[in-house]
Design a protein around this ligand. Structure first.
Ligand SMILES: N[C@@H](CCC(=O)N[C@@H](CS)C(=O)NCC(=O)O)C(=O)O
Length: 307
C-alpha cells in the first residue's frame, strides 16, 4: 500500500488533529513540511489551488480538509478505530462542531495574545484567508470575547467528561478527541508553553484529558522532501472513484466543475468530476509537474459549481 504523506507545518493546529490520529493508530507516515502562508509552490501543483493546511497525499490521490483526511486514515489504518462502531455519526458531528466553532474561538484567544508579535506578511495572509481584518489591534480588541466564547464551548466538552470517562465518547480516543485536541493544543502550546493557561485553567477535566492525548504521540513520521512527494504523484495512478448517477445535485460524471471551501481560503479548484458520494466529491486534473491527479474534498462545507 502507498504511503500516507501529510503536507503540514509544526505550528498548525488542524495538522495536530491529524498527527494525534496517527498517534492513536501508531501509524507510519511521511511528513512534508509546507510554508505557513502563501506562496506554497510545491503544494499548488498537487491541489490545483486549495491552500489550506494540512493536505494528505497517497500516490496520485490528494485529500483536502481534515474531515476527509481522517476518514482516509481510518480506511488505511483501521485499528484502533477513530469511529466507534454505532457512534460514527456522533463522533463526526462532534468534530464538525469543534472544527467550525471552538477552533475559531481559540484562534481569537491565541491571536489576540500574539497578534502584535506576528510578522506583517502573516497578518496580511490571514486577512486574505479569512476575508476579515487580521491586524494586531482588531485581534486584541476581540480577545476578551473570544476567551469567553472558548470557555463557554469547552465547558460543554468538560461536562461530557464529568462522569469520569477518559475520552469524549468513552474508554478510547476517537475522532472527536482528535478534533478537540486541535484548539486545546493550540492554546496550550502557543500561549502556555504546554501549561494550562486561561481559559484552560478553569477546565481541569479537559486539561487532564489533553495530557492523556499528548501521551498518545504522533505515530511514526519520516521526513520527505516536497520534490519526492511530487515525483510520487507523477509516477502513480489515482485510485478508482465512482459518481453516483442518482445524486440529487444532478451533477454527472466527466463534467467540469469547481469545488470551493465555503468558509476560509475560498480558492476554487477546477477539474473533471470523477467521484461523487454522500461524503466526498473528487475531481481529476492534469498538471505538468505532477501529471494526472485526483483531488478529493468532503461534501459538507464545500460548494460544487458546474463550470
Ligand atoms: N476545514 C479545514 C481547516 C484547515 C485550516 O483552517 N487550517 C489552517 C491552519 S491550521 C490554514 O489552512 N491556515 C492557512 C494556511 O495554512 O495557509 C480542515 O479541516 O482541514
Amino acid at each position: 500500500m502507498s504511503d500516507m504523506i501529510l503536507h503540514h507545518y509544526p505550528n498548525s493546529p488542524f495538522s495536530e488533529k491529524v498527527r494525534v490520529a496517527f498517534g492513536v493508530k501508531q501509524a507510519a507516515w511521511k511528513s512534508v513540511v509546507i510554508p505557513n502562508m502563501l506562496p506554497k509552490p510545491d503544494l499548488m501543483p498537487l491541489t490545483g489551488g486549495y491552500r489550506k493546511t494540512p493536505v494528505m497525499q497517497v500516490g496520485a490521490d490528494i485529500y483536502c480538509d481534515t474531515q476527509l483526511i481522517m476518514l482516509e486514515i481510518e480506511k488505511r489504518a483501521p485499528t484502533p478505530p477513530l469511529l466507534p462502531t454505532g457512534r460514527e455519526g456522533e463522533a463526526r458531528a462532534l468534530a464538525m462542531w469543534i472544527d467550525r466553532n471552538i477552533f475559531w474561538a481559540a484562534v481569537g484567544v491565541v491571536m489576540g495574545a500574539l497578534g502584535d508579535k506576528l510578522p506583517k506578511a502573516f497578518l496580511e495572509d490571514r486577512s486574505a484567508f479569512t476575508g476579515r481584518p487580521f491586524d494586531a489591534a482588531a485581534l486584541k480588541a476581540a480577545a476578551p470575547m473570544a476567551m469567553q466564547q472558548t470557555f463557554a464551548q469547552l465547558a460543554l466538552a468538560e461536562r461530557m467528561l464529568a462522569d469520569g470517562r477518559p475520552y469524549l465518547l468513552g474508554e478510547a480516543p476517537c475522532l472527536a478527541d482528535c478534533a478537540l485536541y486541535n484548539p486545546v493544543w493550540f492554546i496550550k502550546e502557543r500561549l502556555g508553553g504546554g501549561k494550562p493557561v486561561p481559559p484552560l485553567d478553569r477546565l481541569p477535566l479537559i486539561t487532564a484529558w489533553s495530557e492523556r492525548l499528548k501521551a498518545v504521540g504522533s505515530g511514526k513520521p519520516t521526513e520527505m522532501a516536497a520534490a519526492d512527494a511530487i515525483a510520487i504523484a507523477k509516477a502513480a495512478t489515482p485510485e478508482a472513484t465512482h459518481v453516483d448517477p442518482d445524486d440529487p445535485s444532478g451533477l454527472k460524471a466527466g463534467q467540469t466543475v469547481s469545488v470551493t471551501p465555503d468558509d476560509t481560503g475560498k480558492v476554487p479548484v477546477s477539474g473533471a468530476l470523477v467521484g461523487l458520494t454522500n461524503d466526498r466529491v473528487s475531481i481529476s486534473r492534469h498538471d505538468e509537474q505532477v501529471g494526472d491527479v485526483v483531488v478529493h474534498f468532503p461534501r459538507a462545507g464545500f460548494v460544487i459549481k458546474p463550470a
